[in-house]
Design a protein around this ligand. Structure first.
Ligand code: FES
Ligand SMILES: [Fe+2]
Length: 447
């Protein structure tokens, strides 16, 4: 056998012991450590407009559910199967108050209380024994949120600065994904894929400027992360920032229009706010807002249709012809192609995976603290200020390059550290005063 043939390793690798996923991180069902951790937070479960006059069948966190709005306008999110003999409540009749099972007419309130069992002479005794599983629900700006955790530990509902911008409009949308939620969430902690998947390897899917290799700096906060990417554009530096708030809230800066490369900009706000919500272990869904406000990238009217909202999302469409997906793969192809649950044991993490590693470490710590010590995770609102300050943004500074490339990279790194510190320095302020304070401080960094 010559040396060249020896290099082929398929045979050996195929025989290697199976390497599975990180069980702690990927399992979302009831009673699993990861599932219990995730259940301690509010999550969006649907778009308000998806809830019509009939019950909406949903699957979230491995549980089959129905969501409905009763005649009094109250939302109910309940286990899908009737506690009598398990008929599916997707066929139930929505009532002026609560919902009525189609099979024998048992009638439940939105909190799962049995109000009436018309075929039973002694329905009073029954209603003390029987409850339909139900979860607290809250509607906020076109999305329906729910809390799946223990009822004695309902956390305060978190509101974020970017969703409360004056004159802002939030367009909700959903992108279903056919893989474990963590793969989709990790995509947001992987800034290098933007350079390659979205720009250099296939075609320019957003803007050519995203193909410039960025200098990156990471910032950990008590509730998550933000990271800044500095891209050199001649004498200017475009600094875009992404947020992750634990466990699954993400925000990205502008993706279509960021800078003309010759104008300064101070803390323009992000275009998307997205939650990656587990459907079950092998499916997830992105529930999100596209922002239309004076501080985000200029909205285009053609972005307002549901199809366009899905398409411009950074996860991109899944319902494209196979050939088209092969020629022009996007986030959907990248993350679902890893498999329904990626086998972490087969990965070879490298320096560009810094964000992924940090994210997994924080999630693991949160899951273990709850599972091993009963310590509930810190809530997004624990930050103090309301609405919660986030940092997803675009800033452009005048910052001519140092003559030497290595020197320039170091200077850009230092600048990014300074920008990150400035972003956090205004956490105590909200609304216009915060934006004005940040703009004044950022302007001092121009050269
Ligand atoms: S199964 Fe629902 S009322 Fe009988
Ligand atoms: Fe992407």
């Amino acid at each position: 056998m010559d040396d060249v043939t020896r290099q082929f390793s398929g045979y050996q690798q195929a025989k290697a012991p199976a390497a599975g996923p990180d069980e702690l991180l990927v399992r979302v069902g009831p009673g699993t450590p990861g599932g219990e951790y995730l259940r301690r937070f509010w999550h969006p479960v649907a778009i308000t407009s998806q809830v019509g006059d009939l019950p909406l069948a949903l699957r979230r966190f491995g549980e089959d559910l129905v969501l409905f709005r009763d005649g009094s306008g109250h939302y109910g999110l309940v286990h899908r199967h009737c506690p009598h003999r398990n008929a599916s409540l997707e066929f139930a009749i929505v009532q002026p108050r609560g919902i009525r099972c189609c099979y024998h007419g048992w009638h439940f309130d939105v909190d799962g209380t049995l109000l009436e069992a018309p075929a039973e002479p002694d329905s009073v005794r029954l209603d003390q024994r029987v409850r339909l599983g139900a979860y607290p629900v809250r509607e906020y700006k076109g999305l329906v949120f729910a809390y799946f955790g223990p009822p004695d530990a309902v956390p305060p509902f978190p509101t974020y600065d970017t969703c409360e911008i004056e004159g802002g409009e939030l367009l909700p949308y959903e992108v279903p994904m056919d893989c474990n939620w963590l793969q989709v969430a990790e995509n947001s902690m992987d800034p290098m894929h933007v350079v390659f998947l979205h720009t250099r390897v296939n075609r320019v899917q957003f803007t050519k400027k995203l193909g410039i290799l960025p200098v990156i700096r990471w910032f950990e906060t008590p509730i998550g992360f933000f990271y800044t990417k500095g891209r050199r554009m001649d004498d200017f530096l475009w600094i875009s920032t992404n947020d992750i708030v634990l466990p699954n809230f993400t925000q990205a800066g502008a993706v279509h229009e960021s800078t003309d490369g010759a104008t300064t900009k101070y803390f323009g706000r992000n275009s998307f706010t997205r939650w990656i919500v587990p459907v079950d272990d092998t499916h997830s869904t992105v529930l999100a807002y596209r922002h239309f406000n004076p501080r985000a990238e200029s909205p285009r009217d053609e972005w307002r249709t549901p199809e366009a909202l899905e398409e411009i999302d950074i996860t991109r469409l899944r319902n494209r012809p196979y050939r088209e997906r092969q020629i022009d793969p996007g986030d959907y192809e990248a993350v679902s192609g890893q498999g329904p649950i990626t086998p972490h044991g087969r990965e070879h993490l490298a320096s560009s995976d810094t964000g992924v590693v940090r994210y997994r470490r924080r999630l693991r710590a949160g899951i273990r603290a709850l599972a091993d010590e009963g310590r509930a995770p810190l809530q997004p609102g624990a930050h103090g200020a309301a609405p919660i300050p986030t940092y997803g943004s675009d800033t452009v500074l005048r910052f001519p390059p140092a003559p030497d490339a290595q020197e320039d990279e170091a200077a850009v790194g230092e600048l990014l550290e300074a920008v990150g510190a400035i972003y956090r320095s205004a956490d105590g302020l909200t609304g216009d005063p915060r934006y004005e304070d940040l703009a004044t401080k950022l302007a001092t960094l121009n050269r």
